[in-house]
Design a protein around this ligand. Structure first.
Ligand code: NDP
Ligand code: GDR
Length: 344
């Protein structure tokens, strides 16, 4: 039986990846950090928390000894490092913590692999945020990096460390540069889920107006469950390498808002511009969306648009779910949660 270790099991990707690996017959160790109240709603929603082949193990990415003991205890064949301080906006307020978790945390795990389990395969969750202000559109594995946030810079450190451990020590180190991927399990601080949760609440009369930041930002949004399949394929390829996963399509935050309201049967019209831009109900004229500069970032990434042709060619992977389908899936899930009263 193959054994996999997934750090960040309590996060969106950790939950989907654990589910996929269990379906493939792996024994899975899901690593989580101690918090004052356990946070396992995602693996509960996927109904895998009590799976006989899933063991939850405690550790903290910022502690080297903890990472070493984690590998000694699990002796995993495949290690997926998904844990991170992953919220870009918070990385401006907490740059040092972000560097310690998202950057040095990955290095701790690489050191542990090199010391305890050099034959294991290692996946690093790299990010399109590393491209930042990249001049090349669309972005692929040879695009130059120009990160625009402490998060992007920390991820770039972890990415290059993974490449370096591959080249210097022969580790099977893979870096997956993933563009934004969303799902009903997305955290509510991220814009897509904030929007779909807001649409659900407006639809059910629990919210008047949704406040957002930069509506012009463009992202290449895919469906998270498809992306964890890509992670697995990367780690099971013949040689370790770097791959981009993306949908090869980009839309603005404004467009995602329009699609989400449409999925709930509300047609939006956009009025005004800049800080005065508003989204109004085309039928009633009621203001449903407004801009609040509180959600702007100190430095923004304007346009992310990925080219995943290498992954298609080498791994046979490609994104299937369109952004319209994604928005509809998330809105439906949020409306259902609000109706059931199980808000997560
Ligand atoms: P989430 O924010 O949902 O999950 C992050 C996970 O990291 C959580 O389980 C969190 O635990 C854990 N974590 C945070 N700090 C520590 C720590 N010090 N020690 C141990 N665990 C810790 O992220 P996603 O699932 O969306 O993303 C997975 C990975 O992929 C992340 O590394 C992210 O940066 C990266 N990524 C994500 C993309 C996306 O669009 N989703 C795109 C590209 C990269 P807790 O629940 O306790 O907070
Ligand atoms: P991102 O995702 O920064 O791309 O990082 P996020 O959903 O936070 O922002 C996307 C874009 O939307 C704009 N925006 C808002 N964002 C949030 N969170 N809240 C708002 O109210 C709002 N209004 C507009 C942002 O300015 C931004 O341009 C995600 C994370 O999952 C990272 O971990 C991952 O590495 C990258 O995707 C790829």
């Amino acid at each position: 039986m193959r054994t996999a270790l997934v750090t960040g099991i309590s996060g969106q990707d950790g939950a989907y990846l654990a589910q996929l690996l269990l379906e493939k017959g792996y024994r899975v160790y899901g690593a989580y950090r101690r918090t004052s109240s356990a946070n396992f709603w995602r693996i509960e929603e996927l109904r895998i928390r009590d799976h006989p082949c899933l063991s939850l193990v405690e550790y903290d990415l910022t502690d080297l000894g903890s990472s070493i003991r984690l590998l000694e205890a699990t002796r995993a064949d495949e290690i997926y490092n998904l844990a991170a301080q992953s919220f870009v906006r918070v990385s401006f307020d907490q740059p040092v913590t972000t560097a310690q978790i998202t950057g040095v945390g990955a290095l701790n795990l690489l050191e542990a692999v090199r010391t305890v389990r050099p034959e294991a395969r290692f996946y690093q969750a790299s990010s399109s945020e590393m491209f930042g202000m990249a001049q090349q559109v669309p972005q692929n594995e040879s695009t130059s990096f120009y990160p625009r946030s402490p998060y992007g810079i920390a991820k770039l450190f972890a990415h290059w460390m993974t490449v370096n451990y591959r080249e210097a020590y022969g580790l099977f180190g893979v870096s997956g540069i993933l563009f934004n991927h969303e799902s009903p399990l997305r955290g509510r601080e991220f814009v897509t889920r904030k929007i779909t949760d807001g649409v659900a609440r407006i639809k059910l009369g629990k919210l008047e107006t949704l406040e957002l930041g930069n509506l012009d930002a463009q992202r290449d949004w895919g469906f998270a469950r498809e992306y964890v399949e890509g992670m697995w394929r990367m780690l099971n390829a013949d040689t370790p390498d770097t791959f981009v996963l993306a949908t090869n399509r980009t839309v603005s935050v404004r467009d995602f808002v329009t699609l989400s309201f449409r999925a709930a049967g509300i047609e939006l019209r956009w009025r005004g511009g800049g800080l005065d831009e508003r989204g109004v109900d085309a039928e009633t004229g009621r203001e449903l969306v407004r801009v609040n500069p509180q959600y702007y970032r100190a430095a923004e990434v304007d346009l992310l648009f990925g080219d995943a042709s290498k992954a298609r060619k080498v791994l046979g992977w490609q994104a299937e779910t369109t952004v319209d389908e994604l928005a509809a899936m998330m809105v439906d899930a949020d409306i259902e949660r609000h109706l059931r009263g199980t808000i997560v």
